[in-house]
Design a protein around this ligand. Structure first.
Ligand SMILES: Nc1nc2c(c(=O)[nH]1)N[C@H]1C(S)=C(S)[C@@H](COP(=O)(O)O)O[C@H]1N2
Ligand SMILES: [Mo]
Length: 307
């Protein structure tokens, strides 16, 4: 038998509202409900207009079925092993073609950004998907502060490389660590592109990329790089980890596209994680449902090659 957790019954946002209500009425202690997430701090944020009309993935599923190869290749490995990561203190080095480079403490970065909850679809290239209530700020806020130079065209991202707190680095020593990703500057500046520090009303669990990860909802999940320590503005397309490993399978753009199959499997449909035993596959949407917002970024490009 499966233990039914609260998040499977009521989406977390409703729960938080109810909790506020109840606290106002009777000050009830609801700590037992949080038993599984006792150490997670709740965050302050405003709700945003970016909210898909779909059933949110249960928190339990989104935090136990993960890809984070620094903690192993099994879906359950990150939840098992990522606890050891030290996420405080944390700083992000911002450099390259910017007028305000520097090494910034995360707490300072977070002082002057607008934190929002956004419920986004999330589609892994492996043909599974989730609907996640992220908490974060627009990457454009951060890049604007860095003040890109005129010749900056791309943004490169790098994950922390700390082998003694990332056992998967040793288990998979042929992998080209550290994990790196990149976006074109206009993609990075798009209002949908989020830097997340939380999900489900709480700080990001380590397995989901604490303390700071990228979320690009119209691209395959591997673009959404976790535990970022370095952001570099460049004039050349930066290398990306999965493209380095298999360039025939994982391109730089990697926009979700049901019409362009992966060389080894179809991308026409996807398996919603945590939707229940009898939930079937659902059709995959072009640009993961964000076509209206982002198709303009790729005007004139051949989307069939734009994998
Ligand atoms: N540093 C790093 N970032 C990463 C990965 C990884 O292995 N290492 N996996 C990527 C992949 S393939 C996916 S699908 C998402 C998974 O995010 P989630 O575990 O929060 O669902 O993280 C992406 N970011
Ligand atoms: Mo993925």
């Amino acid at each position: 038998m499966h233990k039914l957790t609260y998040s499977q019954v009521t989406p977390k946002a409703d729960f938080l509202n109810r909790r506020q209500l109840m606290a106002g009425v009777a000050g009830l202690g609801l700590a037992p409900v949080f038993a599984g997430h006792a150490s997670a701090k709740t965050l302050e944020f405003t709700k945003s207009e970016y909210k898909v009309d779909a059933q949110t993935t249960p928190q339990e599923a989104a935090t136990t079925y993960n890809n984070y190869y620094e903690y192993g290749t099994g879906k359950g490995d990150p939840a098992k092993y990522a606890d050891v990561l030290t996420t405080d203190p944390w700083s992000v080095e911002i450099g390259g073609l910017v007028n305000n480079p520097g090494n910034f403490a995360l707490e300072d970065i977070l002082k002057d950004v607008t934190m929002e909850e956004r419920i986004y679809r999330f589609r892994c290239v492996e043909a599974w998907s989730m609907v996640v209530p992220w908490i974060g700020f627009q990457l454009s806020d951060l890049i604007a502060k860095a003040d890109p130079m005129g010749d900056a065209k791309f943004v490169a991202f790098e994950t922390l490389h700390r082998p003694d707190e990332m056992p998967g680095i040793g288990w998979n020593s042929r992998f080209p660590w550290p994990y790196v990703e990149g976006l074109r500057l206009d993609e990075a500046m798009h209002p949908l592109t989020l830097m997340a520090t939380g999900m489900y009303g709480e700080e990001l669990p380590n397995q989901n990329g604490a303390p700071l990860r990228l979320v690009v909802p119209w691209k395959y999940g591997f673009k959404s790089i976790k535990s970022i320590v370095k952001i570099t503005l460049t004039d050349k397309e930066p290398p990306t980890t999965w493209n380095r490993i298999a360039d025939r399978e994982y391109g730089f753009y990697s926009n979700v596209n049901p019409e362009v199959d992966h060389p080894r499997w179809s991308q026409a449909s996807e398996r919603p994680i945590g939707a229940g035993l009898f939930a079937g596959r659902i059709p995959t949407l072009k640009f993961n449902g964000y076509e209206e917002d982002v198709a303009g970024l790729y005007a004139g490009m051949d989307l069939r090659k734009n994998f």
